[in-house]
Write a protein of this length. Structure first.
Length: 326
């Protein structure tokens, strides 16, 4: 994999770090709010695996379509969602993306090319494949990024989506976020293949396994793959090796995950890796990242307090947006 930090301008790396840092700080705040009983719905974080969504989504173009999952805060941020709207969503405010009708991860933005997910993980992949195919039939230069966890690769929706895309050469990168556990089920009791990318052979497509915590190398790889499937439309399985550092959700203490495994991936924290690499390569100075972190924290603080002051939904509006107007 290409990991040359000089191959892109400094601004690209700064944006990548900012996306990951904002996600980490937002989710740290959401965790605290959840345990204070102030969140409507659940909190499912991508802490420890921010590199996957940020590195891939930031390689996409304005006409592309993405279908994120529950740990993909960075996908939303990379495509232009604001910290303010995210807090409005989780605090159930009328000004949020779902107008207070859903309290957690089921939001998206048609304008930003991000499908709103549903909790049947994998179910958005057929929608994504169809959306990409439809846009390309309209003459639009669209590719798709479909995010899926290791557990949901065992679902029928995953199989049907990959198989259909393979047969019809639909340009979609199926990004497998292999975080080792489907809720509390370890990979060892779910499948026998050494790598999930090995399944690509059964569909007659390419499969790649890469380090999901190395944001720099992953971003450069994603740029190459996206350019490749634009030029020659086809699907690719991209397996990203990572680990979720908290439970399935904040209701789960993840005590079933071995301490040694957590320690191994904690030592490869994606934010630490990218900062150390950019400083080592002379792309940035350590002091610059301290300033960036303070700026991101200020953004999160402002967004939270502004969202907190916004109104909750008026019960009289409950049926609005449910049925199409005659």
């Amino acid at each position: 994999m290409n990991s040359d930090t000089k191959s892109l301008p400094k601004g690209a790396w700064v944006d990548l770090v900012r996306c990951m840092q904002l996600s980490r700080l937002i989710e740290d705040r959401l965790v605290r709010l959840y345990h204070q009983g102030r969140i409507f719905g659940g909190v499912y974080t991508g802490i420890g695996q921010e590199a996957v969504g940020a590195a891939t989504a930031m390689a996409s173009g304005k006409n592309d379509l993405l279908s994120p999952l529950i740990r993909d805060m960075t996908v939303h941020l990379a495509r232009g969602q604001t910290a303010l709207n995210i807090f409005r969503q989780y605090l159930g405010r009328a000004t949020g993306p779902t107008r207070g009708r859903d309290g957690n991860v089921h939001h998206g933005s048609a304008a930003q090319g991000v499908y709103a997910m549903i909790s049947h993980l994998g179910a958005m992949l057929p929608v994504l494949v169809g959306g990409v195919m439809a846009r390309r039939r309209q003459g639009r230069d669209t590719i798709g990024l479909g995010y899926i966890g290791d557990g949901a690769t065992s679902t029928g929706d995953f199989h049907e989506s990959v198989n259909f895309a393979a047969v019809f050469d639909v340009p979609v990168i199926f990004v497998i976020e292999n975080n080792k556990y489907a809720y509390s089920t370890p990979n060892s009791t779910q499948f026998r293949c050494a790598r999930l990318a090995d399944r690509a052979a059964g569909y007659g497509i390419e499969g790649i396994t890469t380090d999901g915590n190395d944001a720099i190398a992953l971003h450069l790889l994603a740029r190459e793959l996206i350019a490749s499937i634009r030029a020659k439309p086809r699907p690719i399985l991209l397996e990203c090796d990572t680990l979720r550092m908290r439970g399935h959700g904040e209701h789960d203490d993840s005590s079933y995950v071995p301490k040694e495994l957590k320690e191994h991936y904690a030592a490869r924290d994606p934010l630490r890796l990218i900062r150390d690499r950019l400083v080592k390569d002379g792309v940035a100075k350590a002091a610059e990242w301290d300033v960036l972190e303070r700026d991101c924290l200020a953004v999160v603080d402002r967004a939270y307090h502004e969202a907190l002051a916004d109104p909750r939904p008026d019960p009289s509006t409950l049926t609005e947006g449910v049925y199409a107007d005659a």
